[in-house]
Design a protein around this ligand. Structure first.
Ligand SMILES: NC(=O)c1ccc[n+]([C@@H]2O[C@H](COP(=O)([O-])OP(=O)(O)OC[C@H]3O[C@@H](n4cnc5c(N)ncnc54)[C@H](OP(=O)(O)O)[C@@H]3O)[C@@H](O)[C@H]2O)c1
Length: 255
């Protein structure tokens, strides 16, 4: 994708991977709009980067997605890049689900309804621009299921599948479709402290940007892209090994 002179909307841009991407896009001379639920997090980022634009929106809610689209395209008619990054991750013991369905449904609404509906809303607008891109942040777990996060893994597999269809359907248009498949990265995903074992955020984001600059459209880190080419046997072994490892490190998961 073109790396400067864009107007870019990033969902979940006030923390973690979304913020790291926002900072790098700003450095390269882009206009950046970040979106999230927590106004105070957006304000903190705005204090650090006065040029950034912010908008409160819960992407799990259909009416808020429509309002976001209407606001963004009115205020920034030149908007040409959508980054679907907002996401949550919940550990779920399927032998003993404790919450009501709304709790589980919310993860699906944020991780699947959000990016798919926003893509459908923005695509006609992006088609009017000279050059445009849609970046979907999925996960290595889209390919190699994380058994301890079963709903999350299913949502990321769904978004991976949707992204593939989108790329084919938009192949003859001006819109590039890019998928980013992070491995575990040290952010607050799932709650503070749950991903401290992950890759350093700075190195991850710098590597992703180097790949974007090269024009890559399926971008991983630390082997997550290679998973797309793994055999079924390698994937099944990987899933089993990671699950055993998780149980060893989290003995309380099943209690
Ligand atoms: N970190 C990892 O290990 C890892 C691995 C693979 C994939 N990913 C993916 O990377 C993306 C970014 O995650 P992260 O690691 O950077 O975690 P993070 O720091 O928790 O960031 C998630 C962001 O999404 C926003 N968000 C969550 N629900 C939202 C909603 N309903 N509406 C609007 N914004 C919402 C959050 O802001 P508010 O809470 O203020 O709304 C937050 O800024 C996610 O899609 C995640 O699945 C992360």
């Amino acid at each position: 994708m073109k790396m400067s002179g864009n107007t870019i909307l990033i969902t979940g841009g006030a923390s973690g991977i979304g913020l790291a991407f926002a900072e790098r896009f700003l450095e390269r001379g882009n206009q950046v709009i970040i979106v999230g639920r927590r106004e105070e997090k957006l304000r903190e980022v705005k204090d650090r980067f006065p040029n950034i634009h912010t908008k409160v929106c819960d992407v799990s809610k259909q009416d808020e997605r429509i309002s976001l689209f209407e606001w963004a395209t009115k205020e920034f008619p030149q908007i040409n890049v959508l980054v679907n990054n907002a996401g949550i991750q919940q550990r779920v013991n399927l032998l003993n689900p404790q919450e009501n369905w709304d709790y589980y449904r919310n993860e699906i609404s944020i991780n699947v309804d959000g990016p798919i509906h926003l893509t459908m809303l923005f695509t006609p607008h992006l088609q009017k621009q000279a050059q445009a891109a849609i970046l979907n942040v999925t996960s290595g777990l889209a390919v190699m299921t994380g058994v301890w996060v079963p709903v999350y893994s299913a949502t990321k597999a769904a978004l991976h599948s949707f992204t593939t269809s989108l790329r084919h359907q938009l192949a003859e248009t001006n819109i590039e479709v890019i998928e980013i498949l992070p491995p575990a990265v040290n952010t607050d995903l799932g709650g503070a402290g749950l991903h401290t074992f992950g890759a350093p955020l700075t190195d991850f984001a710098d590597t992703i940007f180097a790949e974007l600059e090269k024009g890559e459209i399926e971008i991983g880190y630390g082997g997550t892209k290679e998973r797309l080419h793994a055999t079924r046997e390698e994937i099944m072994q990987g899933i089993k090994g990671a699950w055993q490892n998780f149980l060893k490190n989290n003995p309380g998961f099943r209690s």
